[in-house]
Design a protein around this ligand. Structure first.
Ligand SMILES: Nc1ncnc2c1ncn2[C@@H]1O[C@H](COP(=O)(O)OP(=O)(O)OP(=O)(O)O)[C@@H](O)[C@H]1O
Ligand SMILES: [Mg+2]
Length: 252
C-alpha cells in the first residue's frame, strides 16, 4: 500500500554563523533516506522525539510536501508524479487543525464534503455515524472558535474521513484530547482498520502504539532507527517495558 523509498527532505535552518544579513542559513536534512513499506489493511505508527521528522514524512506521503530526494508510492502511484491522485486516495489530518472559526461543526463537515463533491445523501449518513462514534452530537451547532482543543481535533478527524479514503494519515490524532476522547479515537482507528483500510499515524503516546499498531517505525534525527511489529520491538529487550525500550532506542 505505502512504499517509502529513500524519502528525504532538506530544509534551510539558521546557523550559528553570522553573515552580513544576520545569521547565515544552512541546509539540513529533516528526513534522510527513509525506507519502509506498509501493508494494505494495517495500522502503522511513526514514533520519535520532537523534531525527528514525523510530520515532514507524513506530509510527503500525503502529497502535501515535495521530497528533496526519493519518493513514496501509494498503491503504486508516485507522490512526486501524481499528487492529485494521491490526495484523492488519502485522508490526511495535520496536527495544527486548519478549520474555519466562523463555521459550526456541521457546517464545517458539509463544507469539506461539498468541496470534495460528495452528494449529501452519501456524506450525511457517513457524518452522522462518525459524530455518534466520536460522541460529538452535543456540539454540532457550536462554532469552531468556541470549541475546545479536543472537540476541534474530533471535527478534524471527521473532516479527514468524510470522503471515505483508502489510506488515512493522522498526525498526532490524540494530542490535546482528554483520556475519554483518546480512547474514543483509538476505538475509531480500530473500526477503520476492521473496515480493511490502511492507517498511518504519529503519536507520543506509547500505550496507543502497543495497543493498536501492527507496524512501528521509530525515527531519530530524520533517520529510521527501528522498523518492525510489536513483537520484534519487545524482542529488542525482553526484560524492559515498551517505554524503556523506546527511551533506550532514541537516547542511544
Ligand atoms: N518548513 C520548514 N522549514 C524549515 N524547517 C522545518 C520546516 N518544517 C519542519 N522543519 C524542521 O524539520 C525538523 C523535523 O520537523 P517535524 O515537524 O517533521 O518533526 P516531528 O517529528 O513532527 O516533531 P514533533 O514531534 O514535535 O511534531 C525540525 O527540526 C523542524 O524544525
Ligand atoms: Mg510533528
Amino acid at each position: 500500500m505505502i512504499e517509502v523509498k529513500n524519502l528525504s527532505k532538506k530544509f534551510k535552518a539558521p546557523s550559528e554563523e553570522k553573515g552580513i544579513f544576520g545569521f547565515k542559513k544552512k541546509d539540513f536534512w529533516a528526513v534522510k533516506d527513509l525506507n519502509f513499506n506498509i501493508k494494505e489493511g494495517s495500522v502503522a505508527s511513526i514514533l520519535g522525539p520532537n523534531g525527528c521528522g514525523k510530520t515532514t514524512t507524513l506530509r510527503m506521503i500525503a502529497g502535501m510536501l515535495t521530497p528533496s530526494k526519493g519518493t513514496a508510492f501509494i498503491d503504486s502511484i508516485d507522490v512526486r508524479k501524481d499528487k492529485q491522485a494521491v490526495k484523492s486516495k488519502i485522508g490526511y489530518m495535520t496536527n495544527n487543525t486548519s478549520l474555519y472559526d466562523r463555521l459550526n461543526v456541521l457546517e464545517t463537515i458539509k463544507f469539506f464534503a461539498e468541496l470534495n463533491q460528495i452528494p449529501e445523501d452519501i456524506y450525511m449518513p457517513r457524518a452522522e455515524k462518525l459524530f455518534t462514534q466520536l460522541d460529538m452530537n452535543k456540539y454540532l451547532t457550536k462554532r469552531i472558535a468556541d470549541l475546545s482543543t479536543g472537540m476541534k481535533q474530533k471535527t478534524s478527524i471527521v473532516r479527514t474521513l468524510i470522503h471515505d479514503p483508502d489510506l488515512i494519515v493522522l498526525d498526532e490524532p490524540t494530542t490535546g484530547v482528554d483520556v475519554t476522547g483518546q480512547s474514543v479515537i483509538i476505538d475509531l482507528i480500530r473500526t477503520i482498520k476492521d473496515s480493511g483500510k490502511t492507517l498511518i499515524f504519529s503519536t507520543h503516546q506509547l500505550n496507543e502504539v502497543r495497543d493498536i499498531a501492527d507496524h512501528i517505525v521509530v525515527m531519530k534525527a530524520g533517520e529510521k532507527i527501528f522498523d518492525g511489529d510489536n513483537d520484534s520491538f519487545q524482542a529488542l529487550d525482553s526484560s524492559k517495558n515498551f517505554t524503556e525500550i523506546f527511551m533506550e532506542l532514541v537516547n542511544e
